[in-house]
Design a protein around this ligand. Structure first.
Ligand SMILES: Nc1ncnc2c1ncn2[C@@H]1O[C@H](COP(=O)(O)OP(=O)(O)OP(=O)(O)O)[C@@H](O)[C@H]1O
Ligand SMILES: [Mg+2]
Length: 364
């Protein structure tokens, strides 16, 4: 595909102490990020954490209160929006209703009097698999198709960076999942750096190479989806990215190998590699629901065990999720594959267990 293969030097984006305040409200609180060229990067965080404000500063639509923005070697902090090699795709795709699809995609190039604008627009439509719809009007296309047209319209300008602000937010769940796969394919074909903003953790996890989890104007943790899931750095990340059961722990000395800790007076074992550097107080042990087991005789070797009573059973076909109430009132969530092993019933007394290597430790 010509749109992709012609491209060579593609930008790396660097945000340095980027800050934006509105009166005395801090919307973005000194963010530092290095976004590698050609990567699929996600900004993930709850509503109001500063994702859109960050994107708008990169696009040049919002002026930073302080800090710098670099694209490759260039400081673009004071460069005007239209002079940045950055394009944005928004949730509302705002196509021109009176123009056909190819004219919508080629609109910007035509304004700039690019001679082969139609050829380029058709190439971009091929990339999003809509070349056969070139002559139709936007209203003749589904929501997902219209979103792909908006994407083609952004890509046709050959930006170094494409900013996507909740681009799938208006689509129903099934279409959303399909478009996630499509977007990922398109990104790897064109090699443009995609910065995708979402508050949907599953979307960020399935699509991005690297995810920055934002909270209240700051980046809480940066990592690959697997790193964030297996080793969340904070309780916030542990609960925002997937689900976690968190137990307060008291810790003695942390040596090498396996370490003994106590939670609610029960001795538990954790891999010392899980401990944040030097910290031994105010810690919580985290276990993902699918890492817990309902203990049967066959799991006799699991060293970490907690007794409890089942207070909820929800069957979901491939798996069943139980809530197990501990003596101290906490309900632990546990998900078991429906692989033929015995299921437990509401009200049953059970013991749950987990492997010392299948848990993590975060600050409280
Ligand atoms: N022009 C503005 N004036 C005052 N406050 C603003 C302005 N723009 C954004 N804010 C505030 O800055 C904070 C961050 O807003 P932002 O739109 O970046 O959040 P977001 O992470 O994109 O949220 P969402 O997921 O809901 O889109 C919010 O508390 C918002 O109210
Ligand atoms: Mg937003």
């Amino acid at each position: 595909m010509a749109v992709g293969t012609q491209r060579k030097a593609i930008g790396e984006l660097r945000l340095v102490d980027l800050r934006r305040t509105y009166d005395d409200f801090v919307a973005v609180d000194g963010i530092n990020l290095d976004i590698p060229p050609s990567s699929f990067f996600a900004l993930l965080g709850p509503s109001g954490c500063g994702k859109t404000t960050t994107l708008r500063m990169v696009a040049g639509l919002e002026e930073p209160s302080s800090g710098r923005i670099f694209l490759g070697a260039d400081d673009i902090t004071n460069t005007r929006a239209y002079q940045r090699r950055v394009n944005t795709v928004f949730q509302s795709y705002a196509l021109f209703p009176h123009l056909n699809i190819v004219d919508n995609v080629g609109f910007g190039l035509r304004q700039l009097k690019v001679p082969n604008w139609r050829v380029k627009a058709m190439e971009a439509l091929e990339l999003v698999k809509l070349a056969d719809r070139a002559k139709q009007r936007p209203r003749q296309l589904s929501g997902g198709m219209q979103q792909r047209v908006a994407l083609a319209r952004a890509i046709v300008n050959e930006p170094d960076i494409l900013l996507l602000d909740e681009p799938l937010g208006a689509l129903d769940l099934k279409l959303r999942r399909e478009m996630q796969v499509e977007l990922k394919r398109i990104q790897s074909e064109v090699g443009i750096t995609f910065i995708h903003v979402t508050h949907d953790q599953e979307e960020a996890m399935t699509m991005a190479d690297t995810v920055a989890v934002m909270r209240a104007g700051s980046v809480e943790q940066l990592g690959s989806p697997a790193e964030l899931y297996d080793n969340p750095a904070t309780a916030f990340v542990a609960n925002f990215v997937g689900k976690s059961n968190l137990l307060p722990i008291e810790v003695g000395t942390v040596g090498a190998g396996l370490v003994k800790v106590a939670s609610h007076g029960i001795e538990l074992t954790v891999d010392s590699a899980q401990f944040p550097d030097g910290q031994t107080t105010g810690l919580q042990l985290g276990i993902r629901p699918e890492k817990l087991r309902l203990i049967t005789d066959a799991d006799a070797t699991l060293v970490n065990r907690l007794p409890g009573q089942i207070t909820d059973v929800s069957f979901a076909g491939v798996s069943t999720t139980y809530l197990v109430k501990m003596a101290w009132g906490q309900e632990m969530e546990i998900t078991q594959p429906n692989d033929g092993s015995a299921r437990a019933e509401l009200g049953q007394s059970v013991t749950i267990g987990w492997d010392p290597h299948h848990c993590f430790v975060v600050g409280a």
